[in-house]
Design a protein around this ligand. Structure first.
Ligand code: AMP
Ligand code: GLY
Length: 424
């Protein structure tokens, strides 16, 4: 089997590593990939949203399955594109079609879905520029902090949490009438603030059956003690200690089963990952959001714990017999720490040489924003690499990753030294 992974982050490097270990996979391609995927697969420099280029690659390399890492190609309809093409329609795509991808592509759609299928979530209403006045009135009925969400994809920046009512009204106006987030904020979801502890649960589904993957907690803020600007994620820990059997049972009964059933009832044939962002409020789960892909950097902590053949699971998704596939998870703790470019998530400079990677032997290095230049690995993004380690405890796994990081250096390298601080 020849497999193509779309994307270029740590998540895609983690997929590539796991798939490269499968006996069933012959040739592995990543588009566009990074310096890490280049060492285990063949990188092809095309954009995952350029469907025609993906098609040419699939046909020329005789690809027999594609795994879609990021959300953008899914929301744009890559799976539908494959199904509509006579040459591609038999090639399985791991990732939902456009209708399922709306769970992430439209906050309004996902809230309607949750309400319709009785899935616990924050109370909300949606507004457009024609209902700006009603939006401001709705804000007056809520208690601070106020949560405003651009309906569409906004590169992870479309959610604002504000303490002052006036500021919330002003931002609502900016989003609706001044296109603060472009077309993405032509509709805005306003919802109640959920006060709890956040965690993520991931499922892989063939549309009927599902596997619950290990839970994880990510650390989104740039600064220690969860302060400062939001990032794509500065580190992750799996499993999450407070996500015990009792809590996960509630998640399965109240969230996962109604989600799968709801998709079926609504005629959405969903094949791929669902990333459920949850808030634990007094041991009850509430859904904050759905994503239609795996999380990054959560994947770099979750996938290493999966002992089963990932390709075999993907075949289960494609052939809708996921229930027949074995699924085993390592009970140890995995942590991952993200090394980022100084300045990220604001401005930073690419092209810094990364040294010391060959000295790391107790951790796995997942590349994200890296590439090769003249035989050297250089930085090529804000989030540069994720350093994953196992341990019997969170502390032990963290120590391994932090010890490994001591070997690695690049100009203005930054990382959080307190990943897991709230769980220890
Ligand atoms: P989302 O893109 O919907 O996940 O929102 C980004 C982040 O904002 C989430 O990971 C939460 O930390 C926070 N957030 C979103 N919605 C809420 C809410 N209703 N209450 C509290 N925090 C929220
Ligand atoms: N780490 C959060 C995300 O992947 O959206």
């Amino acid at each position: 089997m020849n497999v193509l992974i779309l994307g270029s982050g740590g998540r895609e490097h983690a997929f590539a590593l796991k798939l490269s270990q499968s006996k069933k996979v012959n040739q592995l391609f990543v588009a566009p990939g990074n310096a890490g995927t280049a060492s285990i697969a063949e990188n092809v420099a095309i954009s995952p949203t350029n469907f025609e280029a993906v098609k040419q690659l699939v046909l020329s390399k005789k690809i027999t399955m594609i795994i879609v890492g990021p959300e953008a190609p899914l929301v744009k309809g890559i799976h539908d594109f494959f199904l509509a093409d006579a040459d591609l329609k038999k090639i399985p795509v791991i990732g939902p079609k456009k209708d399922g991808a709306l769970l992430e592509g439209s906050k309004d759609f996902s809230k309607q879905f949750m309400i319709k299928h009785n899935i616990p979530t924050a109370r909300y209403q949606s507004f457009t520029k024609d209902s700006l006045t009603e939006g401001k009135q709705f804000l007056e009925t809520l208690k601070p902090p106020y949560v405003l969400k651009a309906d569409g994809l906004a590169g992870g920046k479309g959610v604002l949490i504000l303490n002052s009512l006036n500021e919330a009204k002003d931002e609502l106006e900016e989003m609706l009438t001044n296109n603060k987030f472009g077309e993405a904020s032509s509709k805005v979801v306003i919802e109640e603030f959920l006060d709890g502890i956040e965690l993520s649960v991931f499922i892989l589904t063939d549309g009927e059956n599902y596997k619950i993957l290990p839970s994880a907690k990510d650390y989104k803020r740039i600064g220690e003690g969860d302060t400062g600007l939001n990032t794509g994620g500065m580190g992750a820990i799996s499993p999450v200690p407070f996500a015990n059997t009792d809590f996960l049972q509630k998640v399965e009964e109240r969230v996962i089963k109604p989600t799968i059933q709801g998709l079926q009832n609504d005629g959405i044939d969903y094949r791929g990952f669902i990333f459920i962002g949850l808030m634990n409020i007094n041991n009850d789960p509430f859904v904050v959001e759905y994503n239609v892909r795996m999380g990054d950097p959560e994947t770099e902590a979750v996938l290493p714990r999966i002992e089963s053949d990932l390709f075999d699971l993907f075949e289960g998704v494609a052939h809708q017999n996921l229930n027949e596939k074995s699924f085993a998870v390592n009970s140890k703790t995995a942590v991952t720490i993200m090394l980022v470019s100084g300045g990220y998530p604001e401005t930073y400079t690419n092209g810094k040489e990364i040294i010391g990677l060959e000295k790391v032997n107790n951790s796995t290095v997942f590349h994200a924003g890296t590439k090769y230049k003249n035989g050297k690995v250089i930085t090529n993004g804000g989030r540069v690499m994720a350093i994953t380690s196992f341990g019997d405890t969170i502390e032990e796994a963290l120590k391994r990753s932090y010890d490994s990081i001591e070997n690695i250096a690049f100009d203005k390298m930054n990382y959080r030294k307190d990943i897991g601080f709230d769980l220890i």
